[in-house]
Design a protein around this ligand. Sequence first.
Ligand code: SF4
Length: 428
Amino acid sequence: MKVLFAKAGAPRISPVFAQEKRFPIGIGFLISVLREAGHEVYFIDNYLHPRNFIEEGLLQENGIDVLGVHVDSICFDEAEAILKGAEKLRKKGRWGGKIVVGGPHASVMPETIPEYVDHVVIGEGEKVILKIIDGASERVIGDNPIAELDSLPMPAYDLAARLPYDTTAPFIDETPVFSMNTSRGCPFECTFCSVGSVWGRRYHCFSANRIIEDIKFLRREYHAAGIYFREDNFTLRKDRVKAFCEGLLSNGVNIHWMCETRVDTLDKDLLVLMKRAGCAGLYIGTESGSQRMLDFMKKGITIDQIKEVFQWCGDLGLRTLASFVVGAPTETSEERKETVEFARNLGATVYGFNVFVGIPRSFLYDYVLANKLYEHIDRRGLIYLEGHDAMVDEFYDGNPLMKIPRPKGVREHLYALAKRVRRGIRKN
Ligand code: SF4
């Protein structure tokens, strides 16, 4: 079979940061699984480099049997444009393949996927894509979590190396840095997050040995100079991280790496070992400087825990990024100030604020709906709280592309007005 995977283009307007051009590891796994099963796989990344491959006739010219489109909520409009284009070709009888949709948005809001899409994949896609190719008939289709992640082939790193992705990482000075994803699922219940709805609450992961073998491969084949572990909680299983660090040291794998995690899955001994094994820095979900807000968001950590971990990291020379959420429901302006002060004094190398936006299938999404706290719900299903734009002014320097998306007519009117004003200024 011939399968083409497409990643939708970056949104023009997005209330969350959406500029990172990194290789989509999830699609990379699907590509490898299909290659291993003997299929011919094509990949178009419109996020990296937009092109209208539907109009270019790529589906017909290459005799594509299955088009798989990856959908994030923020790229929903861009993904829908691809889907509409493919369906138009089918209606005109110019292409006769199947259309499949997967990715986080498909998992949390399958009901928003257009009717003409043949299959909507929920959760992990590796087993499901094989079932679809073998003729599965269910439209909304998922499977049990993969019991042994080590059984998966490496994601298609050849594409990560060949295409012009961002190969830098915040705390790693050398390049190229490759992204890896070595775990899935999250047992925590942070109320602003929907990861549990996408991947499930059970945490499962690649073994330490497998990660080390993959890193050796990346060094040998692509001269990898660093690894950025892009996953929600790299250090959840401390025994695995310990084995990973000891394995790097005993195998003489000398490489810098960084990971993303929570303060309560770290301790001083582990950080000392991580530093010795090449860890350059950590991205940590600190969320708030107010204990009441941490509790309200069910983060399950304390202010003292956050301070202690950042102190350890500072002492060890580990660089840190502290990530905060501001403007979540019930947050008072005093608590927001407390968070800003806390961020300034924490000693993090870098800190950043994310203005709260309700994400479908998170607890706070339902809370905002039930309590009618929203000012706007956009086409992608994202919820904006009252006062969102003022928060964007305060925390995102007023970036208009992160404000509440105005209805099309209003936006065009404002644009035309701005153009007239500019013309007037030029004339004068
Ligand atoms: S924010 Fe992180 S720790 Fe909390 S539920 Fe989401 S993935 Fe898990």
